[in-house]
Design a protein around this ligand. Structure first.
Ligand code: DP6
Length: 351
């Protein structure tokens, strides 16, 4: 017997950043965060999982290459948590004397996961990756849990993954419980709430990032005084203001808070010791260009945000996106045969 499920999961880009853990094993954050889930047309992870009593052990293929499941504690955690939910379901089914309970929780799994974009380039691949894994396990195991409940399982794989369990606008509530039971994602609004909002991704570099989010945020928690202030006073205020901006489809407020929060996140990274610089000269030129665009139009028409890497995501409303793309391609021409790295000369190999 072979049982199989295939799902896809989208990427999300935070407008209020998650950075810092209060519990590294359970992946509990120091602050709430909020993101926009992108459409799956361009960036997504597709994951197929098969379960069979004939399989010998759990196996995983990432973009066609086999990886040892046991090498990743987070992966093992996520699979184990989903399996225990399935075992609970099977127990209930047996108690209710339902015939033919399939012991899927005991069968080894073969997991195949594919991104249609570069992994670990600061393009949130772990987010869509773990969201797809957990959604596929939920489908395969026919788990009765809601998407919010399953987001807790995605969270133990990678924090930002819990937000990719929903489309549209999603808040990850930090929660207060030590066991993580209230640290989960909720949908703030569906994507149809604000269909004019679009995201432009500018890949400055598709190289793997220098310092992983996991390592970077740990050092920040340990060393940055600015970070403590951000968590205590800034983020709670911004979470509320951002939810209001989204509810009112108020792009001016949405844009300002998005850029301010990205800038504060990167300021906190620089305040970390030793400092972490994720943005490079190209990233900063793009930010300058967005401000120049907004000044020229006399209103906030575009907003940039950067994660743990140099790539930019720019949000704008549909009516302004065409002009923005034209401006960006004019200012940053990219001949077909030139890589972005070659275009921004890096004589010291520091980028
Ligand atoms: C800068 O979710 O990748 O993208 O929980 O350790 O897996 P782990 O970290 P991760 O961190 C994402 C950080 C960020 C901001 C965000 O997405 O909110």
């Amino acid at each position: 017997a072979v049982f199989e499920a295939t799902v896809t999961a989208p990427v999300n880009i935070a407008v209020i950043k998650y950075w810092g853990k209060r519990d590294a094993a359970l992946i509990l954050p120091t602050n709430s965060s909020l993101s926009v889930t992108l459409s799956q047309d361009h960036l997504r992870t597709r994951t197929s999982i098969r379960a069979s009593p004939a399989f010998v052990t759990d196996r995983l293929w990432l973009n066609g290459e086999e990886e040892a499941v046991s090498a990743s504690k987070r992966l093992v955690n996520a699979i184990t948590t989903a399996r225990s939910l399935r075992a609970e379901l099977e127990r209930r089914q047996r108690q209710q004397q339902q015939g033919n309970v399939v012991p899927l929780s005991e069968w080894p799994l073969h997991i195949c996961s594919e991104n249609n974009f570069p992994t670990a380039a600061g393009l949130a691949s772990s987010a869509s990756g773990y969201a797809a894994l957990v959604s596929a396990l939920g489908a395969l195991f026919e788990l009765p849990q809601s998407a919010s409940e399953l987001s807790r399982v995605a969270r133990v794989g990678s924090g930002s993954a819990c937000r990719s369990m929903f489309g549209g606008f999603v808040a990850w509530q930090a929660g207060a419980a030590d066991d993580g039971s209230d640290s989960l994602a909720v949908q703030v609004a569906g994507h149809q709430h604000w269909p004019e909002l679009q995201a432009l991704i500018l890949v400055v570099s598709d190289q793997k990032k220098k310092i992983s989010s996991t390592t970077g945020m740990q050092t920040t928690v340990e060393t940055s005084e600015l970070f403590a202030e951000r968590v205590r006073t800034v983020v709670p205020k911004r979470m509320a203001a951002m939810q209001r901006a989204i509810a009112d489809r108020d792009f001016a407020s949405f844009a300002k808070i998005t850029m301010q929060d990205s800038n504060q996140f990167h300021a906190v990274c620089l305040d970390t010791y030793p400092p972490i610089a994720y943005m490079n000269d190209a990233s900063r030129s793009i930010a300058d260009l967005v401000h120049a665009f907004n000044t020229a139009l006399g209103r906030p028409a575009a907003a940039y945000t950067y994660d743990a890497g140099p790539n930019a995501v720019i949000y704008a409303l549909e009516g302004d996106m065409r002009d923005l793309v034209e401006l960006v391609t004019y200012c940053f021409p990219r001949p077909e045969d030139t890589t972005p790295e070659a275009f921004y000369p890096d004589p010291f190999g520091l980028l």
